[in-house]
Design a protein around this ligand. Structure first.
Ligand code: ADP
Ligand code: ASP
Ligand code: MG
Length: 448
């Protein structure tokens, strides 16, 4: 296989229904280098699967199941030859039904991931048939054969070397003669148990597969015509960015630009694989290229927003002139596998925000960690905060940046600010309720 390989990923809205899947088929069939396609679950399906895992009553689980069945059967029945995949789809739905009935009142982590895997498994079977009906040689491949992770359910950690070996052995030979359709978001541990990469993880899957197969490009097809200067849902002033560097885009993803899963660019950067982001609705509208070297590196590139953040302030008079206090705080957080986002310190206190991207794993880790902290210091917890990140270049040192930003932020009620550690970002916290307005105003001041 030449290194011209393109891995194309289609997100949930792109494979939401039959017409949407047909548009994706147009994109795939228009470029012979697209040999591997990773799909998300159809829009809404993963949320319904998560609902199932949260319900304790079988009846309530069935209400969510029916939603999934409706979305799936609507695509199935729109196919020219539904009978070609009906047995596969019905088996998947029957397996899911079985898990609903036999799962007990509370699902284990392994069960939750297995249940959440059904969305991508269903959509990949359907999308393969859409391609076949368009005359393509296409095959549906179970990504769990190659996408090896550890056994952290809900946020499996990809095992890069194993993925490369498995993909070279099982996937690469298939790419010569057909288009291979596979699942984003899911993987399997060494024992073969199904795992997931965390919500929004299909982008990451596509990049991991691109890395394993030495692809030339990874395409992320979604519902926006590229990466914008801020979430276009927040302000109509947001502009599409034609070209952006890996570091800037990675910062955007980390700080909440949902268009990319935070880890997506890590494999792409390791192998220097270009990433393209575009809209499956308007492929002719162009998009954003993410690459190592870009021509233009503006001081202000974008603004990202991450809502519902927790701020923890740890205070102890012992901290005054005492060595080891911070080490002790961070040791506790690290033992509970909680990672810290922002930190500011004063003589006797340290304020930090926590990275909540681990979802349920985070929720169960936070209480015991707080208890340990409370044993030797005063701890206060504030919720309902939003992290606003200004992303750009040389923000830590460029002349005039601080003045410009502070005057733009003049009217804004800030809870905490972090500046100086990174040349690519300046972050601050505001109340959730005012976050959207803050981004809108700041965007206007910095970009218009
Ligand atoms: P998909 O289902 O295709 O993975 P997502 O909903 O995960 O799509 O991501 C696309 C969404 O990301 C857009 O609809 C947009 O609202 C949001 N988004 C947030 N920040 C940005 C940004 N800076 N540029 C573009 N889209 C953004
Ligand atoms: N279907 C998964 C989710 O909704 C993964 C993805 O769409 O990227 O989170
Ligand atoms: Mg997404």
């Amino acid at each position: 296989m030449s290194n011209q390989l393109i891995v194309a990923k289609f997100g949930g809205t792109s494979v939401a229904d039959f017409p949407a899947m047909s548009r994706c088929a147009d994109i795939v069939l228009a470029d012979p280098n697209i040999r591997l396609v990773a799909v998300s679950a159809s829009s809404g399906v993963t949320n319904l699967l998560v609902d199932i895992t949260k319900q304790t009553e079988v009846q309530a689980r069935y209400a969510s199941f029916e939603g999934i069945e409706r979305i799936t059967l609507a695509v199935l029945n729109a196919l020219q030859h539904p009978e070609a995949v009906a047995a596969q789809i019905n088996t998947l739905l029957a397996d899911l039904r079985n898990l609903i009935e036999t799962g007990g009142a509370v699902y284990s982590g392994a069960h939750k991931d297995l249940i959440q895997s059904f969305g991508e498994r269903l959509s990949s079977v359907l999308f393969t048939q859409v391609l076949v009906e368009r005359g393509a040689a296409a095959l549906c491949f179970d990504v769990r054969r190659v996408l090896r992770t550890d056994s952290r359910f809900g946020k499996g950690e990809p095992q890069i070397t194993a993925i490369a070996d498995l993909a070279q052995t099982h996937l690469q030979p298939l790419l010569h003669d057909q288009i291979v359709v596979t699942q984003g978001f899911i993987g399997a541990d060494e024992a073969g148990q199904t795992t997931t990469l965390g919500r929004g993880g299909s982008d990451y899957s596509a990049a991991l597969l691109g890395e394993a197969l030495n692809a030339q490009t990874v395409q992320i097809w979604t519902d926006v015509v590229g990466i914008f200067t801020t979430d276009p849902r927040l302000t109509s002033d947001a502009r599409c960015i034609n070209e952006i560097s890996f570091d800037e885009a990675a910062e955007m993803a980390t700080f909440g630009a949902k268009v990319l899963h935070p880890a997506t660019l890590i494999p792409a950067m390791r192998r220097n694989i270009k990433v393209f982001v575009g809209s499956s609705r308007e492929p002719q509208a162009g998009g954003t290229w993410i690459a190592k070297a870009v021509e233009h590196r503006p001081a202000y590139r974008a603004i990202a927003l991450r809502k519902s953040q927790t701020l923890i302030t740890v205070k102890s008079p012992e901290m005054l002139h005492a060595a080891g206090f911070l080490a002790r705080v961070f040791d506790i957080l690290s033992r509970h596998q909680i990672s810290v986002d922002l930190v500011t310190t004063s003589e006797i206190s340290v304020a930090l925000t926590l990275d909540e991207s681990t979802g349920s794993a985070f929720s169960s880790a936070i209480e015991p960690a707080l208890q340990e902290l409370q044993a030797f210091c005063e701890v206060s917890v504030e919720q309902g905060l939003s992290l606003v990140a200004v992303i750009g270049n040389h923000l830590h040192s460029a002349k005039g940046v601080t003045g410009e930003l502070f005057s733009a932020l003049e009217q804004i009620n800030m809870r905490l600010i972090c500046h100086g550690a990174s040349r690519h970002n300046l972050c601050f916290l505001v109340q959730d309720a005012s976050a959207a307005a803050v981004v809108k105003e700041l965007h206007q001041k910095l970009f218009n």
